[in-house]
Design a protein around this ligand. Structure first.
Ligand SMILES: C[S@@+](CC[C@H](N)C(=O)[O-])C[C@H]1O[C@@H](n2cnc3c(N)ncnc32)[C@H](O)[C@@H]1O
Length: 479
């Protein structure tokens, strides 16, 4: 292994250039470090079984009764390390004498956990290394712990900034690659954001950085049952800036499922951007009847519940289609008591479900997508998604939107929504369907009257760094 050149530290965090060598032998008892063990188990399951960290870790914490500071540390380490797996691997690769692919996967998990602590937390380096090495010794013996100790000691010789200066592409030659590594995104995702924003400048950096922040939790107050102001007073949250039904919970407000209004079905958890896209469908004026609405991709039912509640007030019925039976059941649960009929089936074959051409006044297509607009919610997902996923999804999105245009009546409105800023999933799909069917693109910005920074239109692309919402895309079309 070549020793990286030392450079002056730019960060003020405490640094120990040479953390102590591991002590103790193979007979040492397993460590009692519930926070790091929980984080490590999460990293392992994410790698080995494609688990979702944001679903698995809360379960581990509950089962092991890990609370308070340990729970906070486990969360910071597990989510933080998952978010920057690619960056951690670049640094680790520079500190090992064999390719990372040849490192035993279970040891790689440990290295990632240790590397994250060294680069991105205030944990003193000697504590980060020693506690990580203890985890290895407990599970793998002294030989492996020696290897981990040696690699992490190398990592600890530089701060994150210094590693980035050494490893990131030259910004003058590859600005996107540089920002991608600095903000811990795959390069292709940074490219997608740059294409959608139309810049590789400071705004791209802000957009990438926003994915590394933990999002605020939003509730939606069910229309006709409770107002946003009442919900805010009951939950200690504050009325959200844009959605007429939104409440933003204070950071650290705890599990929203335990809040009284949520248990009593007066409210549910829903990103403010999702609320706005559902409400937008209801906003353009239409002539004549306005009582038959359709949600063509309904599971798990967040937007159906909001649309169904609006229809309960004005009179009408929502048909909700969902292909996956278990998700259709979730729609039924989340919309119980509302004027909604749930159909299990494929939205591309609506006739098989008894849904006729030209029968609906408004149709929502909240299509399956890459989810590149909600990376801040799913720590590991940016590294799991592949550019090759896009082709299959865009085919499905196009087919679903064409089916929606067929199902809406002349004069009715179709809303096309994805949680992604990828141009292939957004404007390219809509442009193609407009061209093929002759529907009219509405100025969708008019149906987001509360929102600033909506650009030139006619469609709406929300962004975490601009609006504090997920990066939802919405296009409204009139037949
Ligand atoms: C983005 S999610 C919808 C989220 C939902 N509108 C909400 O607000 O809770 C897309 C949904 O479409 C479903 N889906 C995928 N292919 C489908 C198809 N061909 N027909 C109907 N639903 C489909 C997926 O199972 C998934 O539940």
């Amino acid at each position: 292994m070549t020793q990286p050149r030392r450079r002056p530290a730019r960060f003020s965090r405490p640094r120990t250039p040479h953390p102590p060598k591991p002590k103790g032998g193979p007979g040492r008892p397993p460590v009692d470090d519930p926070a790091r063990q929980a984080a490590l188990d999460t990293l392992r399951e994410v790698r080995a079984r494609d688990a979702y960290a944001n679903l698995l870790l809360p379960q581990i914490l509950r089962e092991r009764r890990i609370t308070g500071r340990d729970a906070a540390l486990a969360t910071e380490l597990a989510y933080g390390a998952c978010r920057c797996i690619g960056l951690l691997d670049e640094v680790l690769d520079a500190c090992t004498d064999r390719p990372l692919a040849k490192v035993e996967p279970a040891l790689l998990d440990v290295l990632r956990l240790g590397c994250y602590q060294l680069l991105r937390t205030r944990i003193p380096p000697h504590a980060a290394v020693a506690s990580t090495v203890d985890l290895v010794r407990a599970g793998h013996g002294t030989r492996s712990s020696g290897f981990v100790n040696a690699v992490l000691r190398k990592v600890s010789e530089r701060s994150e900034e210094e590693w980035l200066d050494k490893l990131a592409p030259d910004p003058d030659k590859d600005r996107i690659g540089n920002l991608a590594m600095r903000e811990a995104h795959p390069r292709w995702v940074a490219r997608v954001f740059a294409d959608s924003l139309g810049t590789t400048g400071d705004e791209l950096e802000s957009a990438l950085a926003a994915d590394n922040e933990r999002p605020a939790v939003h509730l939606v107050a069910r229309p006709g049952e409770i107002t946003a102001e009442e919900l805010a007073a009951m939950t200690g949250g504050e009325v959200a800036p844009y959605s007429p039904y939104g409440v933003r919970l204070a950071a650290g407000a705890g599990d929203p499922a335990g809040l009284d209004p949520v248990r009593e079905r007066l409210a549910s958890v829903q990103d403010e951007g999702s609320q706005l896209c559902a409400v937008a469908l209801s906003r353009p004026e239409i002539d004549g009847e306005d009582t038959r609405w359709l949600d063509l991709c309904a599971g798990p039912g967040g937007k159906s519940a909001l649309l169904g509640a609006l229809l309960a007030i004005q009179g009408g019925r929502l048909d909700a289609v969902e292909k996956a039976p278990h998700r259709a059941r979730l729609v039924e649960q989340s919309t119980a008591g509302l004027p909604i009929v749930v159909h299990v089936g494929d939205g591309r074959s609506p006739a098989a479900l008894g849904l006729g051409s030209g029968t609906f006044d408004r149709v929502l297509v909240d299509a399956p997508c890459t989810g590149l607009g909600s990376l801040r919610r799913r720590p590991e997902s940016r590294w799991r998604r592949q550019p090759s996923d896009v082709g299959e999804l865009t085919k499905l999105q196009r087919e679903l939107l064409l089916a929606a245009v067929d199902l809406v009546r002349p004069g009715g409105v179709v809303g096309y929504v994805v949680c992604s800023p990828h141009l292939s999933e957004t404007v390219a799909i809509v442009a193609d369907v407009v061209r093929r069917t002759g529907v009219t693109a509405l100025d969708t910005r008019e149906s987001f009257p509360e929102m600033p920074f909506l650009g030139d239109g006619p469609y709406v692309q929300l962004w975490p760094h601009r609006h504090g919402t997920d990066a939802m895309f919405c296009a409204l079309l009139r037949k």
